[in-house]
Write a protein that binds this ligand. Structure first.
Ligand code: AMP
Ligand code: MG
Length: 341
């Protein structure tokens, strides 16, 4: 594949001729990375099986990990969803466009490659002017998994996309850093009560305000219903170790131990106590309000990784609101990394 074309669009008025170029690439079965409010996505025609297969190849993504289809308009649901239960419709009306993905029954038009062979399809309407302009111009659903190499932290800037996928995709639409920085909440509305398969930008409480009780999927359910969520994910190269909030004693002890072993160690903290333990370039203090913390987390993983660290000590966050999604990503990043030290 030739070099990846990199273009910049303004949020206020995305250049229609660039959007038209990008849509033409999608129509021809090519791959275009685009910004959303959550993270950058890797776009391809959702109803073109060959194009969808290229997405898996470019990312190195396991085939059984299904993709989310992005739409710009409810009328595009007709080709994709066979039936949207009442609760799904209510959630769509309330949170679309926004960081909520609904799992519903798929139509025969949606290729098995999109859904990992399942009879359901995940759909969302992103809240981003460039994403919406692209999907509108293309005039159909586009798949949009995070535009990173599989397993790596999701890209929150277009440069992260280039770091991972330059030369592997046709085009990147750049419109600066994303707003949320954590992926969408995935809710399966084909079951009663609806099940959260992945926590994300919309919290459980906000969903319950609209449709009553929802449950969080157990490990067993995830294995059956959303295979992709179980892979090691969102992870820097370094071994990630989580440290309870404010536990300065443990943080200092781990820092000392790993350094004594000759390891290069970095830390990501947010509380005032932890920020006092040390300072320096390998000691990142992220803003404590959880929406800012989420926005900078994946970017900080990437920055620290580039410095070639062996171990990353990360202070945990309070598990409420967006903190539930942040802790989910931190745990996934810290799983199965022992061989990396
Ligand atoms: P990503 O595209 O990397 O943001 O990941 C998409 C997420 O949505 C993965 O965790 C998938 O397991 C989940 N997902 C996509 N399609 C389905 C589906 N049909 N059923 C259940 N989960 C899905
Ligand atoms: Mg991803």
């Amino acid at each position: 594949m030739p070099d990846t074309k990199f273009v910049t669009l303004s949020l206020e008025r995305p250049d229609p001729s660039l959007i038209a170029d990008a849509a033409a690439i999608l129509r021809a079965g090519g791959l275009v990375a685009f910004p959303t409010e959550t993270v950058y996505g890797l776009g391809a025609d959702a109803l073109n099986e060959e194009a969808v297969k290229k997405v898996f190849a470019a990312k190195g993504r396991p085939q059984e990990n299904p993709l989310i289809v992005h739409i710009a308009d409810r009328s595009q649901l007709i080709d994709l969803a066979d039936d949207i239960p009442e609760k799904g419709q209510k959630l769509g009306r309330e949170f679309w466009p926004g960081p909520l993905t609904l799992v519903v029954k798929k139509t025969f038009l949606v290729p098995a490659a999109v859904t990992g062979g399942m009879e359901t399809v995940a759909i969302r309407m992103p809240d981003h002017p460039v994403a919406l302009a692209l999907i509108e111009e293309f005039n159909g659903g586009i798949v949009g998994p995070s535009a990173n190499l599989s397993g790596k932290p999701s890209p929150t800037t277009a440069l992260h996309v280039m770091d991972d996928l330059n030369g592997r995709i046709d085009m990147v639409l750049n419109s600066g850093p994303v707003e949320i920085g954590i992926e969408s909440t995935v809710v399966d509305v084909t079951v009663e009560p609806p099940v959260i398969l992945r926590p994300g930008g919309i919290h459980k409480e906000s969903l319950e305000d609209i449709i009553g009780p929802v449950v969080i999927a157990s490990q067993g359910e995830l294995l059956r219903r959303s295979p992709g969520t179980l892979h090691r994910h969102y992870a820097p190269r370094a071994k990630v170790i989580l440290v309870p909030e404010g536990d300065t004693g443990l943080l200092s002890r781990l820092l000392g131990e790993y350094r004594q072993q000759g390891k290069s160690v970095a830390c990501i903290v947010h509380s005032r106590e932890m920020a006092r333990v040390e300072s320096g370039s390998s000691f990142k203090v992220l803003p404590a309000p959880i929406d800012f913390y989420a926005r900078y987390l994946f970017r900080t993983f990437r920055e620290l990784d580039q410095t070639g660290i062996d171990v990353l000590l990360v202070e945990e966050v309070e598990e409420s609101g967006l903190g539930v999604a942040v802790m989910d990503r931190l745990r996934k990043a810290s799983e199965g990394t022992n061989e990396k030290t």
